[in-house]
Design a protein around this ligand. Structure first.
Ligand SMILES: C[S@@+](CC[C@H](N)C(=O)[O-])C[C@H]1O[C@@H](n2cnc3c(N)ncnc32)[C@H](O)[C@@H]1O
Length: 257
């Protein structure tokens, strides 16, 4: 599965921002919610944060703009290269690495106040890989450091088994686009995601089709993986409570791990 995930994000990198109505505003909005949560949990400033599924930098850039000290890593070299470009163009001092979160071998730093994996990165992992990733993240945290992640609401998705995500229409006359997804269920808890990005230019409409794969990661599974890896105070914040668009999970590494 890792190869399919890798090629999906490599292919998506240059268009990734198009998925959002306004990527800049998304960066700011997410940093406001996530930054406030982390600052409430770990009162130091600046916080030392590892964003281990940084993609093109949606959260890393926001955290760094808040003055935090950020190391950002991702499986996709292309995504990391773009995130680096985006950080440089904003004069933000973020350190970047290409690293699989199941080992984080290429991240030499440790002693982080927080480690983050935001926007449904963890459901790309098998059950075994998820355990490896949570252990790797724990190894990067200081005692009582904070884990934060967001995933889709798979508890609900497993009940409903949707086969599509309705189209989102973004942009104005100059940069109109339509984003939609088809989900093909290949197992009870696994689906292939077809992402369609249809953009409008002077020459008419053009559609890109990119394919990825997800496993339905239930909140109970992630909670017990966290507990087994030495995390305590595992708590879920649903969108109505957090103001974030996906369920968020926070956990604190035990002092003795
Ligand atoms: C949906 S994107 C989110 C990216 C970023 N957090 C954001 O919100 O824009 C998920 C990211 O997880 C990364 N990813 C998936 N599997 C990974 C792995 N095993 N190790 C590190 N990154 C991984 C992908 O390359 C992708 O950039």
């Amino acid at each position: 599965m890792t190869e399919r995930i890798h090629s999906f994000y490599e292919a998506l990198t240059e268009d990734y921002h198009l998925i959002f109505e306004d990527w800049e505003r998304t960066i700011e909005r997410q940093a406001k919610v996530l930054g406030a949560l982390l600052e409430a949990e770990a009162p130091a400033h600046p916080l030392k944060i590892l964003d281990c599924a940084c993609g093109i930098g949606t959260q890393s850039i926001g955290f760094a703009a808040m003055g935090h000290q950020v190391v950002a890593s991702d499986l996709s070299r292309k995504a990391v290269n773009r995130a680096q470009r985006e950080a440089q163009s904003r004069s933000l001092p973020i350190s970047f690495r290409v690293s699989d979160m199941t080992s984080l071998r290429e991240v030499p730093e440790s002693g982080f106040d927080a480690v983050a994996a935001i926007d449904n990165a963890l459901p790309h992992l098998s059950a075994v890989q998820l355990r490896q990733a949570v252990m790797a993240m724990a190894s990067k945290l200081k005692p009582r450091g904070i884990f934060i992640a967001s995933i889709r609401d798979y508890d609900q998705i497993m009940r409903e088994k949707p086969t599509a995500q309705p189209p989102a229409f973004h942009g104005s006359q100059a940069s109109r686009r339509i984003i939609h997804q088809i989900w093909d269920w290949i197992e009870d808890d696994r689906y292939v995601l077809h992402l369609y990005i249809t953009t409008h230019s002077g020459r008419g409409w053009k559609t890109r089709h990119i394919v990825s794969e997800y496993r339905c990661l239930l909140r109970g599974e992630l909670s017990s993986v966290l507990t087994d890896a030495g995390f305590a105070e595992v708590r879920w914040l649903m969108p109505a409570e957090s103001g974030f668009y996906q369920p968020l999970v926070l956990a604190r590494l035990s002092a003795s791990v």
